[in-house]
Design a protein around this ligand. Structure first.
Ligand code: AVJ
Length: 317
């Protein structure tokens, strides 16, 4: 049986529309990273996770496999796991299996089809668990379903999704989820670490071109949903490590001078002009501690992999 969805579609659409227009009017031009995840984008991201160059997914999986028991000990019994930006909701299975008597699982995502599918799957797989999906942008206030008073509320935020947020946005998000889980809550956070820029570069410029397709898919989406007039072939994928900001940036670069319209907005592009479609921050411990503290959290323990590429951390308010 499929768990009920708490639908907030209108809020999601309105927010996306506002961000698209504001971002395209701004200098530099940007688009929100949540725009990637229409049905095709969600499927492309799943394909990215399996690419040989894209290390984060399998590296985090390795850490979770090795330390699910440690995390379960830190979390304790009767946990309600809330997962903002749940996507394929694969990694949480490992955690749910290790936990002592987990009470609830609340996936939150903008990709509606995928959310409905994985909610049904997890409910089947863990029959004792209350699975309550929330359709929404993880940056908005999460409308939590009723949970037993003694459940320990824990946010599971893996995959380095936090990397998509600028430091001030990350701190804001962390403050919001601190309010959601309360003083006895917790946070399991996946964080991509700073590393050799060549490894970062390869991960966002895969040889098969799946990341390029994922990036260019936003133009197709703008054309379909926002009355856009982009020529996909007139843009190319660009991704590079911005060392000073400690982040990967993804851009769409105009290959020749051109104009395009999005809703009522007229845009002109010089050759080489870009729209920044994503930032993906790479953390060291000082940066992590600073963002956590600004968001009202303390980093208790971080587990890493054999190459020191990724962290899965346990934080408390
Ligand atoms: C889903 C935000 C973790 O930043 O690595 C993958 C998205 N973009 N390849 C990331 C992404 C290009 C991904 N996150």
């Amino acid at each position: 049986m499929t768990a009920p969805l708490l639908v907030t579609t209108d809020a999601v659409d309105a927010r996306l529309r506002r961000e698209v227009i504001a971002g395209l009017k701004a200098t530099p031009r940007t688009l929100p990273a949540t725009l990637f995840y229409d049905a095709r984008g969600a499927a492309l991201f799943e394909a990215i996770c399996h690419l040989p160059e894209y290390y984060p997914t399998r590296t985090e999986q390795e850490i979770l496999s090795a330390h699910a028991g440690d995390l379960a000990d830190l979390i304790g019994p009767r946990a309600a796991i809330i997962e903002p930006g749940s996507g394929a909701a694969t990694k949480v299975r490992q955690l749910l299996r290790a936990l002592d008597n987990p009470i609830a699982y609340v996936p939150v995502d903008v990709a509606e089809e995928q959310l409905a599918r994985v909610s049904a799957e997890r409910a089947r797989e863990f029959p004792a668990l209350r699975v309550r999906a929330v359709l929404g942008d993880y940056r908005d206030a999460i409308p939590l379903p009723p949970l037993p008073g003694d459940a320990r509320r824990v946010v599971f935020f893996p995959g380095s999704t936090i990397g998509n947020l600028q430091p001030h946005e990350a701190a804001h998000f962390l403050r919001d989820i601190a309010a959601v889980v309360g003083p006895d809550g917790g946070l399991v956070l996946g964080v991509d670490r700073r590393k050799d820029p060549r490894i970062l570069h390869a991960a966002y410029n895969d040889a098969a071109g799946v990341t390029a397709d994922f990036n260019l898919n936003v133009l197709t989406r703008l054309n379909r949903e926002f009355r856009g007039t982009f020529h996909r072939a007139a843009f190319r994928h660009r991704a590079f490590f911005n060392d000073a900001e400690s982040r990967i940036e993804m851009h769409l670069e105009a290959v020749s001078p051109q104009t395009a319209r999005v809703e009522h907005l007229e845009l002109s592009f010089a050759a080489g002009a870009t729209i920044r479609t994503e930032v993906s921050y790479k953390y060291d411990r000082a940066r992590l501690d600073a963002v956590a503290a600004a968001g009202g959290w303390r980093v208790v323990e971080c587990f890493t992999d054999a190459k020191n590429w990724f962290w899965v951390c346990w934080l408390v308010p």
